[in-house]
Design a protein around this ligand. Structure first.
Ligand code: VG1
Ligand code: CO
Length: 543
């Protein structure tokens, strides 16, 4: 086996976004593209010589080929060992767990998460640090800087490693350990939750459906929900991962998981429904006849987490990303918990979790998690809900109604304008940014602006600064609008408009959020001139 040193030149645009580098699959498959970026990771983290890393991905198209390249590049640069999920598969939370459990020097996750998979869709690569979490900005900046001066990469000339068989093998002096992707993760879940109580609930006739959306969570959900917890076979649907996610969009929201939502709203609905995304870190929760928005789910879990063994002594504190609704803040206030507001993206929770300042955190984009790993965790959220339901002996609908009665309802919706011309989207943001100072006191659609700023974050643990994290407009009576551009898309720009309004009047609680938010939605367009700038008169996706 020979180590090759291959000459290359920098490739533009290899800048990690909200969650790693995401590009169209064909871009990743282009000459030197993956290799340049992987070498930049090695260079950005001070080399991999003598290091042990975890490797796995969500099984999308090119996952298997990319894994072989990464293994050969790790071996060529002197890595000691790579722990890889069987067939190069690992859900994002399972990868985070392995990195932590085996005390490794970090890991590489191959995923574009909720983006569709396939040769004409998206691929992605993300580096996670030894705490198991996505690399923070100082690390991703170093990796990006390394891509700009790339002149050569090292790769071993070798046959493919057999990743189907469990066990260890040698690749040019580096150990490759192929592990069961589910085992360690399932063991962790059994430690956190009262599996006996959930088993009794299910044995007593409680019914559920989990839609794995043809993505990575299938094997995990089958093993835990159907295997360990005794849900009847067939409770997990679309449970076999496929490279193009069955041709679907593995994003667990009412648009892309419509079949599940339709079932849950029908007469045949089971008691509980849930779905997860491409890489298994997101979750969508439903009860019979009710959809729980991710922001509400986070708040309900914060209010009830003490019912699960892992959180029985209470929470150290909680956190949410800035655009996430402030339903969580109300729970924190009533329980006397610190509540942190971070920029979008899980990497910003890492320091707070490591420092023990928070136990639970989440995002409006269907991400919820805790200090058990350093990624959001879809199946974990499902199991926490099941543990809570087993203890409360109430339906999802009843729990939600009780929650709103106690804390009020934060009506919430996100409107996405996809594949907008990037120049138009930037022009809209620039113009609004320039007018922020004049907005306070003005009225739009009958609502008056009481605050307007651009969110910037100062990390309370290491003092690092992150500017330009979204434009926020506060409206009277608890209304709020946030505008930001997505950092995970691969075509043009995606404009996200986050809409929120508060109600303490029980008579309104059953209203449709789009109706309850009508004036906030109208104000959002008037304030930013969305239609004027983008030529769009309606969003592509409302969640
Ligand atoms: C989106 C979500 C964000 C999430 C990120 C990664 O980012 O808004 O909350 O952390 O995806 O999720 P953006 O920049 O497109 O808004 V995942 O499950 O795709 O890794
Ligand atoms: Co994801």
């Amino acid at each position: 086996m020979e180590t090759l040193t291959v000459s290359t030149t920098p490739i533009e645009g290899q800048k990690p976004g909200t969650s790693g580098l995401r590009k169209q699959t064909r871009t990743f498959m282009g000459p030197h593209y993956l290799e340049n970026f992987v070498q930049a990771i090695w260079n950005g983290i001070g080399g991999v010589e003598g290091k042990t890393l975890v490797l796995g991905g969500d099984g999308r198209y090119f996952n298997d080929r990319a894994a072989q390249v990464i293994l050969r590049m790790a071996a060529a640069s002197g890595a000691k060992k790579i722990i890889v999920g069987q067939n190069a598969l690992l859900s994002t939370p399972a990868a985070s767990n392995l990195i932590r459990k085996r005390a490794t020097d970090g890991g590489i996750i191959m995923s574009a998460s909720h983006n569709p998979g396939g040769i004409d869709e998206d691929f992605g690569v993300k580096f996670n640090t030894p705490n198991g979490g996505p690399a923070p900005e100082d690390v991703t900046n170093r990796i990006f800087e390394a891509t700009k001066t790339m002149s050569e990469y090292r790769i071993l000339e070798a046959q493919d490693v057999d990743l189907a068989a469990l066990g260890t093998s040698d690749l040019g002096g580096m150990t490759v350990e192929v592990v069961d992707p589910v085992e360690d993760y399932a063991a962790l879940m059994a430690e956190l939750f009262d599996f006996e109580a959930i088993r009794r609930l299910i044995a007593g006739g409680f019914t559920l459906r989990f839609d794995a959306m043809h993505a990575i969570t299938g094997p995990y959900a089958k093993a835990i929900l159907e295997g360990t917890l005794g849900a009847p076979e067939g409770s997990v649907v679309n449970g076999v991962p496929s490279p193009d996610f069955g041709g679907g969009h593995p994003d667990p929201n009412p648009i892309w998981a419509k079949d599940l939502v339709d079932l849950m709203m029908s007469d045949d609905a089971p008691d509980f429904g849930a779905a997860s995304d491409g890489d298994g870190d997101r979750n969508m929760i439903l009860g019979r006849g009710v959809y729980v928005t991710p922001s509400d789910s986070l708040a309900v879990l914060a209010a009830n987490a003490h019912l699960a063994p892992a959180y029985s002594t209470g929470l150290a504190g909680v956190a949410r990303s800035m655009p996430t609704s402030r339903a969580l803040d109300r729970v924190a206030k009533s329980k006397g918990l610190d509540c942190y507001e971070t920029p979008t993206g899980w990497k910003f929770f890492g320091n707070l979790l490591d420092a023990g300042k928070i136990t639970l955190c989440g995002e409006e984009s269907a991400g919820t998690g805790s200090d058990h790993v350093r990624e959001k965790d879809g199946l974990w959220a499902v199991l926490l809900w099941l543990n809570v339901l087993a203890e409360r002996k109430m339906s999802v609908k009843e729990i939600l109604a009780e929650h709103w009665a106690q804390y009020g309802r934060n009506f919430y919706s996100r409107h996405d304008y996809e594949a907008v011309d990037a120049a138009q989207a930037n022009a809209m943001m620039d113009e609004l940014r320039g007018r922020l100072g004049d907005l306070v006191g003005q009225s739009f659609a009958g609502r008056s602006v009481i605050s307007a700023d651009e969110f910037a974050y100062s990390d309370p643990v290491d003092g690092s600064q992150s500017a330009g994290q979204g434009l926020r407009i506060g409206l009277n009576d608890g209304g709020r609008i946030v505008y930001r551009l997505s950092g995970t898309g691969t075509v043009g720009a995606t404009l996200r408009v986050y809409l929120e309004d508060l109600s303490d009047d029980p008579a309104t609680f059953d209203a449709d959020p789009q109706e309850a938010l009508a004036d906030v939605i109208a104000a959002a367009d008037q304030i930013a001139g969305i239609a004027r700038h983008t030529g769009r008169d309606a969003p592509d996706v409302r969640t």
